[in-house]
Design a protein around this ligand. Structure first.
Ligand SMILES: Cc1cc2nc3c(=O)[nH]c(=O)nc-3n(C[C@H](O)[C@H](O)[C@H](O)COP(=O)(O)OP(=O)(O)OC[C@H]3O[C@@H](n4cnc5c(N)ncnc54)[C@H](O)[C@@H]3O)c2cc1C
Length: 423
């Protein structure tokens, strides 16, 4: 008899787990099924570069069918779970929902943007979590430069050339840094807008940025960005957003048409419907073997899990942790099915990098810190080793190489994917 193993979610954690399961479980002994909302895995660390146009949007995703060898991929959402009957419900993109039985279930559903009840946020701010967000922002920034160059109204120009990012985690900081770098280069071709100058503001509620990495490196990144003229407001919150303003807790109102909300992540809301225990932050608590507390045969990894961090507390929501938890969960699932022995999750992050624009980054490996081009190059090499598949690696290298001798591409292509009606 073959065991049914279901992997719910095919991002960093899920894809790493599936690859390991394919490697260690004999073919005849297990049927592997992955359910994911899309047929690709998104390499989020490159999202800011897709937004800045250094990388082609298609090159920051990898088709899951290229990664998986014998895992059956189903496109759709897991919407229900019955731990007694050991079944999950899959709602495919098209067609009726299906009940799928499992012997072992791995939850690797990732996270969503954490949204707070700020007036006007839903109507006027954008997030930065998906490929669609990255493409939208790039086109939006180009549009604001075009409009700012065309208008004779200085107040309107001020609104158009002020960009506000809320939340100083990886996503917010890297997105702001890449887009600011892109816009600063693009400005050469917008002489009237250049005369006015741009304003980039980062608003962060805490007294530091980058909670995912150690304080020393985070402060290093902060100094770099402040040195570039980016206005970073710590211990400040966004109080209200409108179509042309952002009001801060410092009582200052910024005239702006761009508010990007990157104030942290929350686990997938669907977890509430999956009959699994949740901690106070909505994550699935797991033990050091990544087994969901109180449930047999259910495991959770990545952003949706609260896994004990060997350094203390719970693991931060990073790809670094998700890709290491995947193979550990795979080993423990296999051990449960009688193959191999269980493993504890013992990974301690030794290196971190933060991309801050073209050829700009800060990073740390062990005790050594790096900045500028060496940090950028090291970050590139690290990410290259992590992108799944040789074809995708080659495409990313070609993009970076091709962008070296050329100016930034400032075509505004927001119409892609939105065909004009025939009449
Ligand atoms: C802009 C940005 C930059 C980042 N940079 C870095 C970085 O430099 N370094 C770093 O370590 N981390 C970085 N991160 C964080 C990193 O992306 C996450 O920690 C990582 O993606 C978590 O992996 P995961 O497997 O838990 O979830 P994900 O990779 O998000 O995968 C979850 C998958 O589950 C699928 N899914 C969701 N709900 C369902 C459902 N109901 N049914 C089926 N499938 C479902 C989704 O489609 C997705 O494919 C960044 C994040 C962002 C947004």
């Amino acid at each position: 008899m073959a065991w049914n193993v279901i992997i719910a979610g095919g991002g960093f954690g899920g894809a790493a787990a599936a690859r390991e399961l394919e490697r260690i479980l004999p073919k005849q002994s297990a049927r592997l099924l992955m359910a994911n909302e899309t047929n690709f895995a998104l390499y989020t660390p490159f999202l800011p570069e897709a937004a800045a146009g250094t990388l082609e949007p298609r090159h920051v995703v990898t088709p899951l069918r290229d990664i998986l060898k014998r895992t059956y991929l189903r496109i759709g959402s897991i919407v229900a779970h019955d731990p007694e009957a050991k079944t999950v419900e899959l709602r495919p993109k098209h067609g009726a929902a299906e009940t799928l039985p499992y012997d072992q279930l791995l939850l690797s559903l990732g996270s969503v943007s954490r949204v707070l009840p700020v007036p006007g946020l839903a109507e006027h701010a954008v997030g930065f979590k998906s490929l669609a967000d990255a493409i939208y922002l790039r086109n939006h920034v180009i549009e604001t430069l075009e409009e700012a160059n065309a208008t004779d109204d200085p107040a309107r120009r001020e609104e158009l050339l002020t960009y506000v990012f809320v939340g100083g985690g990886y996503a917010g900081l890297e997105a702001l840094a890449e887009l600011q770098d892109f816009a600063a280069d693009a400005m050469d071709r917008y002489p009237r807008a250049r005369l006015h100058g741009m304003r980039w503001v980062l608003v962060e509620a805490a007294d530091r940025v980058l909670p995912e990495i150690d304080l020393q490196l985070a402060e290093y990144a902060l100094r770099e960005l402040r040195g570039r003229g980016i206005d970073i407001r710590l211990q400040t919150t966004l109080e209200e957003v409108g179509g042309d303003f952002a009001r801060l807790s410092s009582e200052e109102t910024l005239a702006t048409r761009t508010v990007v909300w990157t104030a942290g992540v929350a686990p997938q809301p669907i977890l509430k419907q999956l009959s699994v225990p949740l901690d106070e932050r909505g994550r699935v608590p797991v033990d050091e073997f990544l087994r969901v507390q109180g449930l047999d045969s259910v495991w959770a990894i990545g952003d949706c899990a609260a896994a004990p961090d060997p350094r203390g507390g719970t693991c931060p929501p990073t790809a670094q942790h998700a890709v290491r938890q995947g193979p550990v969960a795979a080993c423990n699932i296999a051990a449960e099915l009688g193959v191999g022995s269980p493993q504890r999750f013992a990974y301690k992050s030794e290196a971190s990098f933060v991309n801050l624009g073209r050829y700009k980054a800060v990073g740390r490996i062990g005790e050594r810190t790096f900045r500028g081009f060496p940090a950028w190059w090291l970050a590139r090499s690290y990410h290259m080793s992590q992108i799944p598949g040789n074809a995708r690696k080659a495409r990313a290298v070609l993009d970076w190489t091709a962008s070296l001798p050329f100016r930034r591409d400032i075509s505004e292509v927001g119409s892609i994917g939105h065909p004009k009606p025939l009449i």
